[in-house]
Design a protein around this ligand. Structure first.
Ligand code: 4AD
Ligand code: MG
Length: 432
């Protein structure tokens, strides 16, 4: 007898199998018990027919409580009424671990309660679906990067430099020195790009942002590709191809998850069509002003209502390109066509999900970059190694960062980013 998960049901129709599962719910009458089960991959039904099993097995079935772990044997049957298409006709049940008074019941619970029980909430079908999509996006990233000739490199988590913004740093001690938790692996990725051509980092990043929004995590994972001898337009082409690949991979490999989440697959299909529109920052400001947003003027950064409005004019993700120099980090290269702006872009997801990618061409001239560091009020010392990259065979290069949880939230159609991380770190939450 094979041990299987119900994912493999199609290969085992009418055969007896062993399955390890947890009980999510149960109904029983005098003659039959319907068990709602999950085996870690699949949510499925087990049927226990009184006349088919020993009295002891039927008693066990009737008494199973929510989240009891069990070992089942039974026969896989076709069941056209269920979304899975199969069910298990149970022959035997052995209880492995009992479960009493499981806190998350089938009734509605508030968000705080669920977040306090995140370690258990992960077992629900919706959370399973979101984590399945997260897993797919990670896998599809490695696949795409390998196919496109990128090398995965790992950037340090303990750092002495602050690429994005010195006010959002987590400070820590590094023996006698001050250190920070990484905000971005980019600067290290740039060094690696000069060593290996095309690279990407993928790791945890930390921002002590006091933002309590549905888009912000304190700890999030970021994929950061960096390409030597790529100008910014070439980087945009990589970005859209990569995002389309992520969406297509989810469409192809996560059908059950998308169904559980009621995600509109036709809508997702539109996001695989290339190219994505490019809108100049300056034009975006004008568009906003023409549409009654009198709170923005040239030089301002966008808030989420602005991003949502601009994106709503299009059916695909869009790039807003060439932001003012003053609202972007020190490492971005000036736009020769308009030196008030830099060669950068944010990719804005449709449906109000906001920015999912930030990227730019990097300043590759030693003197200009050094001056930028000074102008931004940063100490030169922690950036000496970074400046070295411009001393020894500097080349034009570009890269970008995509927030894993932002991508998961958008592609899965989830309301709030907290559900896109298995154990989210939020402004007021580090438990569990
Ligand atoms: O725009 P950001 O700050 O860009 C960088 O960190 C660059 N160094 C990336 C690069 O060029 N290599 O962040 C990049 C992306 C954002 O577009 C967003 O998807 C995500 O990281 N992100 C967050 N995700 C969740 N919570 C937060 N607090 C985030 N901050 C940024
Ligand atoms: Mg950004």
């Amino acid at each position: 007898m094979d041990t299987i998960t119900m994912q493999q049901a199609a290969n085992y129709v009418d055969q007896e199998v062993e399955i390890f599962a947890w009980v999510t719910n149960k109904r029983s009458s005098g003659k039959i018990a319907f068990l709602q089960l999950r085996d870690g991959h699949t949510y499925f039904q087990g049927i226990v027919v009184k006349n088919d099993v020993t009295e002891e097995v039927f008693e066990t079935a009737k008494n199973l409580s929510q989240e009891t772990s069990i070992r089942l044997t039974g026969v896989v049957q076709v069941d056209d009424r269920s979304s899975l298409g199969y069910e298990l006709l149970v022959k035997d049940i052995e209880v492995i671990g009992e479960s009493h008074d499981y806190p998350i019941t089938p009734k509605e619970h508030g968000t705080d309660f669920l977040m306090d029980h995140r370690h258990l909430w992960l077992r629900s079908s919706k959370q399973h679906a979101i984590m399945t999509i997260r897993d797919e996006i990670i896998y599809a990233t490695y696949q795409f990067m390998r196919q496109e000739g990128f090398m995965k490199i790992d950037s340090p988590i303990l750092t002495s430099s602050a690429p994005e913004n010195t006010t959002e740093l987590f400070h820590t001690e590094y023996f006698d020195e001050e250190a920070y938790l990484s905000q971005s692996g980019q600067l290290y990725a740039e060094a690696a790009a000069m060593a290996f051509g095309k690279v990407f980092t993928f790791g945890p990043t930390f921002r002590a942002e006091k933002s309590k929004t549905r888009r912000h995590l304190i700890e999030f994972w970021m994929m950061e590709p960096e390409m030597a001898n790529y100008n910014h337009e070439q980087s945009l082409e990589v970005q859209e191809k990569y995002v389309a690949h992520l969406v297509q991979s989810v469409i192809d490999n996560c059908q059950m998850a998308l169904k559980t989440l009621n995600r509109d697959v036709d809508l997702l299909g539109k996001y695989t069509q290339l190219p994505y529109p490019r809108i100049e920052y300056t034009d975006a400001i004008e568009l906003l002003q023409k549409n009654g947003f009198d709170d923005v003027e040239w030089g301002d950064d966008f808030g989420s209502p602005h991003e949502t409005f601009i994106a709503s004019q299009y059916e695909q993700p869009i790039f807003i390109v060439n932001y003012p120099k003053t609202i972007k980090p020190f490492y971005m290269k000036v736009n020769p066509a308009d030196p008030r702006t830099v060669l950068c872009a944010d990719m804005i997801a449709p449906e109000g999900y906001g920015e999912i990618i930030g990227g730019s061409e990097r300043e590759d001239d030693y003197e200009t970059l050094k001056q930028n560091i000074i102008d931004f009020g940063l100490d030169l010392e922690p950036y000496e190694w970074y400046l070295d990259l411009r001393k020894y065979g500097s080349v034009p290069h570009s890269g970008f960062g995509i927030g894993l949880e932002r991508a998961v939230t958008w592609i899965s159609g989830t309301e709030h980013i907290r559900e896109s991380s298995p154990f989210p770190r939020l402004l007021n939450r580090i438990y569990p």
